[in-house]
Design a protein around this ligand. Structure first.
Ligand code: URA
Length: 241
């Protein structure tokens, strides 16, 4: 890994500032001053010091992104802007979004390099709740509600699992599901005779979209958020906190 990237991943500043600091002689690799930001280092074995302090590389990182429409939930794409592109200086090669939101869906997306956590959150057997705000093409009624709550036929082998519905007004609801089939929310509303015209994810398990986080922006998960999300996962991360 490049030295400037390593320091950036350690959250020591922006890539451009860190490049300047390296050129100014403020970084040592195995006790020797290195002034080339592009120099490759081994993050596992080299001793890197920044302004005299030894740096510790953060192995696992977790971001909450408020996904805007018009970006795709992928790590790379030849034509489209991806959610990883939105991370700017904090992007690193091992990050990926936990699950997919459609290109036109907005809202909560967890971005991490923790494959075990992603697996747990996405595993169908874990039934992790996903809550969506849905704006609908037609007025919502009790019949549609009953069918969503019971499970609907969206052309899969079995009916969808019972969903939880909260009515916000005649054309806006929140829908909580525990599965993650392709276009599931849109297909469920279509199956009951309505259509989704706007979709936003509000929550995944215990993790709520921060209402203060503007669209297109991201931030680190707080310790509290991370603790709760990781508790939903059965992998042993003792010693991580
Ligand atoms: N369901 C959908 O239909 N689209 C999404 O992006 C997420 C859930």
């Amino acid at each position: 890994m490049r030295l400037d990237k390593f320091l950036c991943d350690c959250q020591l500043g922006t890539r451009s500032q860190l490049k300047k600091d390296i050129k100014a002689g403020q970084v040592t690799v195995n006790d020797n001053i290195v002034q080339k930001p592009e120099q490759h280092i081994n993050e596992k074995t080299d001793k890197i010091c920044y302004k005299g302090q030894q740096c510790t590389y953060e192995k696992l990182v977790y971001y909450m992104l408020h996904k805007p429409a018009d970006v795709v939930s992928a790590t790379e794409d030849v034509r489209e802007r991806t959610v990883i592109d939105l991370l700017g200086d904090e992007r690193r090669d091992d990050l990926f979004p936990v699950g997919r939101l459609d290109k036109d869906t907005e809202g909560l997306l967890l971005i991490t390099n923790d494959g075990a956590l992603a697996h747990e959150l996405l595993s169908p057997s874990k039934h992790v709740e996903k809550e969506y705000e849905c704006h609908l093409a037609k007025p919502f009624d009790v019949e549609q509600r009953m069918r969503l709550e019971q499970g609907v036929d969206i052309g899969e082998k079995s009916l969808t699992k019972p969903a939880v519905v909260h009515i916000l007004d005649d054309k806006r609801i929140t829908l909580t599901i525990t599965e993650g089939k392709f276009h599931q929310v849109k297909r469920m509303l279509h199956a009951v005779g309505n259509d989704v015209i706007y979709l936003k994810r509000l929550r995944m398990g215990s993790l709520m979209l921060d209402s203060e986080l503007p669209k297109g922006h991201y931030r680190r998960l707080t310790e509290e958020e991370l603790r709760k999300v990781v508790t939903e996962d059965t992998n042993d991360r003792s010693g991580y906190f």
